[in-house]
Design a binder for this molecule. Sequence first.
Ligand code: SAM
Ligand code: SF4
Length: 445
Amino acid sequence: MSNSFKDKKVVTLAYGCQMSERDAETLTEISAQEGYSQTNDLESADLIIINTCCVRESAENKILGKIGELKRLKEKNPRLKIAVSGCMVQQPGALERLQHRAPHVDIWTGTHNLSEFGCFIRQAEEDQKVAEVWKEPGPALEATPLAEKGKLKANVNISYGCNNFCTYCIVPYVRGRERSRKPEDILREAQKLVESGCKEITLLGQNVNSYGQDLDMTYDFADLLKKVDEIPGLLLIRFLTSHPKDLSDKLIETVAAGKHLCPHFHLPIQAGSNEILKRMNRKYTREYYLERIKKIREIIPESSITTDIIVGFPGETEEDFEQTLDIIDKVHYSQAFTFMYSKRSGTPAAKMKDQIPLDVKKRRLQQLMDLQNDQSLEWRKKMLGKNYDVLVEGPSKSNPDRLTGRTAGNELVVFPGDPALKGSLVKVHMMEAHSWTLLGEIIKG
Ligand code: SAM
Ligand code: SF4
């Protein structure tokens, strides 16, 4: 370690999905092993890590803007090192373009070689520029402990990569094929988190429902969930994402029978028209999807269902779009993440004819959001007057006099209470509903 780097501080900026966030935590932990303590203050940092996302062009533009801004800090503080990692760097052919655009960056690294990051930091400290992006996945970083001990909520990867190749999506190209972690490694990581104070775990995979298919074992995601549910001290167990094509009755029944398994399914529909679903290579029809929803509601009537939807996929007609609105009407999602289709270079959809003009995409997105906001409010209104278990996360950011937490269905709740309740499950009576939150009151006893 270079002597000139004492009392070193790191800021990590994470963009994108929960997987990307988990990678950012791993990079922060590796930097801690190299002697860096965490700060939020960019001005006093010796190392700034930007873990990137490239799922949509808007995310890329935002990140490029941030990297550009950091040039000013580097001019003020020449000992500052900047590392840019993750999906954006991993895109085929991206590295050269990025290096040309941001020569002030010291370390460029992709999604596959996280395990090398400590070595890259040491090289940068010796004023060497590093640019290493492996084409294939490197050794999995097993159960990398989290830098921040005593976290209430944590994400645990159960698999990396994706085999589905939806035609709009860059993920399989930047995260490789699906690789499931061994059950014993996942359980060990979850156990350690609980020992350090964690009460809520989210199991992460691009498609959790296909967990284990690449391992030589007759053990599936439902079996894994049952095992995680046996860990004493864990209060809430969440999971995402569920690809509808692989959502089994066994999984729904396992969630129904679980002690701490949250009755919440994040089941991206992406589009409501069979023609568009086919062109997206989603491998299910709207009829099949609606049948899965019916099954969930038959087995767990109170379960919360959320989704992802893309508007303006190439060739989407007004009739196709109406079919998406119709799905929203039929399913009653508690929440939907809605996106305008974004052309991703190297994916099949980027070359499809009939790309949809931006103004049409914008109009459809607004229409979709208006409908979903009404639906989300309706969903929350149905919760009024009832009591729900809520894990207290601490004082609300927007109103420090109130506490916040989430229900098992992942609904955000704000309520008055003692900050010492952080980390405990309380019963909250729901009093007022808004599109994104509920206001409530703790029930004693
Ligand atoms: N594996 C998950 C799945 O199958 O739904 C999520 C992957 S992706 C990180 C999260 C969401 O981004 C997707 O569900 C999709 O709605 C959206 N998305 C992916 N590629 C996109 C694109 N090219 N344009 C717009 N939205 C996109
Ligand atoms: Fe992308 Fe489809 Fe894989 Fe999800 S399932 S990561 S949308 S390719």
